[in-house]
Design a protein around this ligand. Structure first.
Ligand SMILES: [Zn+2]
Length: 387
């Protein structure tokens, strides 16, 4: 073997070693199963494929948790991880799932709405693969996902995504974005089968309220808000005014544009009797001009570049040295969801929904998000679900 051959051989070995090491990390991320402890309110757990048959056996299959009260009433659906890189949503949904007791009506929770996206990442942006939330019994580990489903599950992308049924032309990447594929089709592309499944839950179960929980950049005007179409506007406005007056935080109302198709807050309302709401809490991690995309930035929202932009009035939310911590974002989501429920129940008492044992904004900030998660090792095996 001459010197050139030795250099070639070493180069190949180095490349193979890098591929195996990085490939293994991505494999572990895609296949990590996060335990969720079903709380005292959970009465049954089904799969989304019960409502959308062609999801069965795919990586987009996901669990649907029912919390049914003894007294008949209205029904509310909470969806988190529509965008799996906006994790305040799944954290808030798990606080409900692990703690809520429903006295009247039914609460339906889909914590990993885009399950495929939660198993995807964005290597070009240097996303962390996992993040951990400190609890009193150790830390709870979550996959950090992406905005779009994994191309391993839905591929190839079209040149242009033609929205169903309006035929509006959307970006090719939106074919994998479950906030553009509403209302979906039973036999459409995989992500349309996901949104179709949720539409079927709303139609078959006669769901009154659907809440799609998100996070948005601080430099994007549609942040820290409730997006609502005309039919949900009154409840959204009352919710905004009440949380501001009683709990002291802002969450303004944004009207759902009628000409922009495929979004939950538009299509759910247009294709069912359900009242849709989309919640946005600020997530500095998603802003473009930040430092490295670290777990710390994801959790505390502190960034020197955003701080300097804030001083130049370039952000759409107040921003100082304290950043925008995860507890605050999750607390906002919990309070806004509870307040929407209360406002709806006041307006339609026969379809009322009564939920207790879920903390509001101040309590989540005081105790921390991790306080509300239960140790899967100490729970009954039958109560632990892997997502
Ligand atoms: Zn989002």
């Amino acid at each position: 073997m001459n010197r050139i051959e030795i250099v070639k051989l070493i180069s190949i070995l180095v490349i193979v070693a890098v591929m195996i090491t990085s490939g293994l990390q991505l494999y572990q991320h895609r296949h990590y199963q996060m335990p969720v402890v079903a709380g005292p309110g959970v009465t049954r757990v089904v799969k989304l494929s019960n409502y959308s048959k062609r999801l069965k056996g795919t990586m987009a299959e996901t669990s649907v948790f029912y919390l049914e009260g003894k007294e008949e009433g209205g029904k509310m659906l909470i969806m988190a991880n529509t965008h799996s890189n906006e994790p305040a949503a799944i954290l808030a949904s798990l606080i409900f799932l692990e703690n809520a007791i429903v006295d009247k009506g039914t609460l339906i929770i889909i914590p990993q709405f885009n399950n495929s996206a939660s198993r995807n990442t964005r290597p070009g942006d240097g996303y962390p693969l996992f993040f951990e939330i400190a609890t009193e019994w150790g830390s709870k580990k979550f996959r950090m996902g992406n905005r779009d489903a994994s191309p391993l599950d839905q591929w190839p992308d079209p040149d242009v995504y033609v929205h169903y049924p309006d035929r509006q032309l959307l970006s090719f990447i939106d074919a994998r974005n479950t906030n553009r594929t509403w209302p979906g089709r039973a036999s459409g592309p995989l992500m349309e089968r996901v949104t179709y499944g949720a539409m079927q839950i709303m139609r078959e179960e006669k769901v009154d309220i659907a809440i799609d929980v998100h996070g948005a950049e601080t430099m994007f005007p549609v942040t820290n808000c409730i997006v609502a179409p005309e039919k949900s506007m009154r409840i959204a406005t009352m919710t905004t005014l009440t949380v501001k007056a009683r709990e002291g935080f802002d969450s303004h109302v944004e009207p759902s544009p009628s000409g922009f198709r495929g979004l939950s807050h538009r299509e759910i309302g247009d294709h069912s009797d359900t009242l849709p709401f989309l919640l946005e809490a600020p997530i500095p991690f998603l802003d473009q001009p930040t430092g490295p995309k670290t777990v710390e930035l994801l959790l505390d929202g502190k960034d020197p570049f955003l701080l300097s932009l804030s001083k130049k009035r370039k952000l759409f939310v107040p921003y100082d040295e304290t950043g925008w911590p995860m507890d605050k974002r999750v607390g906002q989501h919990c309070s806004v969801i509870l307040e929407i429920t209360r406002q709806f129940s006041r307006k339609s008492p026969d379809r009322g929904i009564k939920i207790r044992n879920v903390p509001r904004y101040v309590e989540v900030i005081k105790n921390g998000v991790g306080h509300y998660f239960h140790n899967p090792d100490e729970a009954k095996k039958a109560d632990v679900y892997y997502n």
